[in-house]
Ligand binder design. Structure first.
Ligand code: CUA
Length: 315
């Protein structure tokens, strides 16, 4: 780790926006605290006990105009800050539709990365500058937290579910990645580096590190290997839901509810098939829990998603 600076220069579009909000909040707080403290000191000096002051002329008259101002100005200010922060939060939590999706699987004590074209890396994440990158993250053991101070992003990574994050890096360079949730003996060594490259360098890097085929392709192989195609294939005789065009669609369930077929739903359907049964189907699918690793689940999701290339939805 190369000298952790006290102030980390922002290196993503979101980081600049977060810093602007923080600066505004700090300036307002300092102004208000400064004003109140100054008023207290002046009043204490001018009218402390024993000081000559007219104290017996009865209570002062009300000043409605003054009251409206001191209630109204802070109210508008607080609502403004709330609105600013809420809009920013929403934008920082909603990945753009054209984001590059990269999978992150955390484990004690490392970060495993899968790129859509099949490249894999550990404790390193190569990304292009100037392009939104969405991370779909899960853990295969305990809770971890993905934290890149230079991007001002931090998100818990949980076993049994997906969380996501997105950023748009502005400057090529190397940025420190931390695990920010105590996760056992080597938590403090669960570090990594985000390597931001220019778009041409990035495509060179992808070409120089060919994976074992795209994630969707590897998922397709697993789909046959685990026997999924036996029931979900086009020529199957078993009555199982057809998966083409599933991703992003609304699925009606046998209990009357409805869910959107996103990454999370497909994961649950593979590991806990009987928790959400599609309306009109019997609950006969076996669970693949303990058989499929988190990385393989993500490949299967990529495959099922590829069965519907027309629709680009967020997981
Ligand atoms: Cu992983 Cu702390």
């Amino acid at each position: 780790m190369n000298g952790f600076e006290r102030f980390i220069a922002p290196a993503s579009t979101g980081a600049h926006q977060t810093d602007a909000l923080l600066l505004a909040l700090t300036l307002i707080s300092v102004t208000v605290i400064g004003g109140i403290t100054l008023t207290m000191v002046v009043f204490a000096a001018r009218w402390h006990e024993g000081h000559r002051a007219p104290r017996s002329e009865g209570s002062p008259k009300r000043n409605r105009k003054l009251e409206v101002v001191w209630i109204g100005v802070p109210l508008v200010g607080f609502l403004g800050i709330f609105l600013w922060a809420a809009i920013l939060y929403h934008n920082l939590r909603t990945p753009p539709a054209d984001a590059l999706t990269i999978n992150v699987v955390a484990k004690q004590w490392m970060w495993k990365i899968q790129h859509p074209d099949g490249q894999r890396e550990i404790n390193q994440l190569h990304v292009p500058a100037g392009r939104p990158v969405e991370l779909v993250m899960t853990s295969q053991d305990v809770i971890h937290s993905f934290f890149v101070p230079a991007f001002r992003i931090k998100q818990d990574v949980l076993p049994g579910r997906y969380t996501n994050l997105w950023f748009n890096a502005t400057r090529p360079g190397r940025y420190q990645l931390f695990c920010a949730e105590f996760c056992g003996t080597d938590h403090s060594r669960m570090l990594g580096t985000v390597i931001v490259m220019s778009p041409t360098e990035y495509s060179d890097w992808l070409a120089a590190n060919p994976g074992e085929g795209s994630l969707a392709m590897q998922g397709g192989a697993l789909f046959r290997e685990f026997g999924c195609s036996g029931c979900h294939g086009a020529s199957s005789t078993v009555h199982a839901p057809d998966l083409a065009g599933l991703y992003g669609r609304t699925v009606h369930l046998s209990d009357g509810g409805a869910v959107r077929a996103d990454t999370r739903y497909i994961r649950d359907s593979i590991l806990l098939p009987n928790s959400q049964v599609v309306a009109g189907y019997e609950s006969i699918m076996p669970s693949f829990e303990d058989q499929v690793s988190e990385e393989d689940v993500l490949k299967l999701v990529a495959y099922i998603r590829s069965l519907n290339p027309a629709q680009e939805e967020q997981p």
